[in-house]
Design a binder for this molecule. Structure first.
Ligand SMILES: O=C(O)CCC(=O)C(=O)O
Length: 271
């Protein structure tokens, strides 16, 4: 087993105060510091962790995607957290694209604060009027990271198995998914997370928020699930840091035991 196969992940299951980026950032910074103290290599924050769903004021909150901590704005400060604590850091924020449109964007920063890649949410969630305020992301993003290929997705994307299958077919060993997934759909969340892990035989690291905003309660239940479908850690409904060390070699072992990918019949799937 190569040392790169071991990965310590922390999910920051935090409350995200609506339209309060300064407060959310200060709290996120303390959580990331604690995650680093625990020896985490990868830290994942929820979807839109800096503002929550304050899309009505999205124009005010949105910032350009930063490539390094030297850049101004929320992305630059997020990159600075990765560098200051020497961790890989993911979580989505409101982005103003080069085209002037707003995106729900998850950067992945390296431990030196440089940008490894960024994913813009492909499937916009009409129940929260995302399509009114945001533009849909143009493409899936699969990153080559030290522990293996890693596919990025955000919240509602979880309902679209095609995206995750595409990542798996391209060699993903880990899927990262920040979310703001509320009651009363907790069992959808738990079931779909496990399904994506089992059917694609890979790890899923999913970080959901807790707390309350705009009449909606968020239940947490952030989880890391292994390629056999075992839930390694799962949060309750309160703020917490969930830390677990996984061995990515389990992906190969599970794929060898049940060779789902070799048994596919793609020629029969298009009607
Ligand atoms: O699909 C769901 O039930 C929740 C999705 C969601 O809240 C989101 O994408 O922000």
């Amino acid at each position: 087993m190569s040392s790169n196969s071991q990965l310590t992940i922390t999910l920051v299951q935090m409350d995200c105060r609506l339209g309060e980026p300064d407060e959310n950032f200060a709290r996120a910074a303390a959580f990331v510091a604690e995650a680093a103290r625990r020896g985490s290599q990868l830290v994942v924050l929820p979807e839109l962790w800096s503002t929550a769903y304050d899309l009505e004021h999205g124009e005010r909150h949105a910032a350009p995607l930063a490539r390094s901590p030297e850049a101004e704005g929320w992305f630059g400060r997020f990159a600075g957290l990765a560098r200051d604590h020497g961790v890989w850091l993911c979580g989505s924020l409101l982005e103003r694209g080069e085209d002037g449109r707003l995106y729900n964007c998850m950067p992945c920063y390296r431990p030196d604060g440089s940008l490894a890649g960024a994913y813009r949410k492909i499937h916009l969630f009409r129940l929260m009027e995302e399509e009114v305020y945001l533009a849909p992301g143009p493409e899936p993003v699969l990153l080559e990271l030290p522990w293996g290929k890693t596919g990025l997705a955000i919240c509602y994307d979880l309902r679209f198995p095609e995206l995750f299958r595409r990542y798996a077919l391209a060699g993903a060993r880990l899927l990262i998914l920040p979310a703001e997934w509320p009651h009363p759909r907790r069992e959808h969340w738990r079931t779909l997370l496990r399904a994506r892990a089992i059917e694609n035989q890979c790890f899923v690291a999913a970080c959901n928020r807790v707390g309350h905003s705009k009449g909606t309660d968020f239940f947490g239940a952030s989880a890391v699930i292994d390629p056999w479908g075992a839930t390694l850690v799962e949060g309750g409904e309160i703020e917490t840091l969930l830390t677990v060390t996984v061995n990515l070699d389990l992906v190969d072992a599970v794929r060898k035991r049940i060779p789902v990918f070799a048994d596919r019949r793609p020629e029969l799937y298009a009607l």
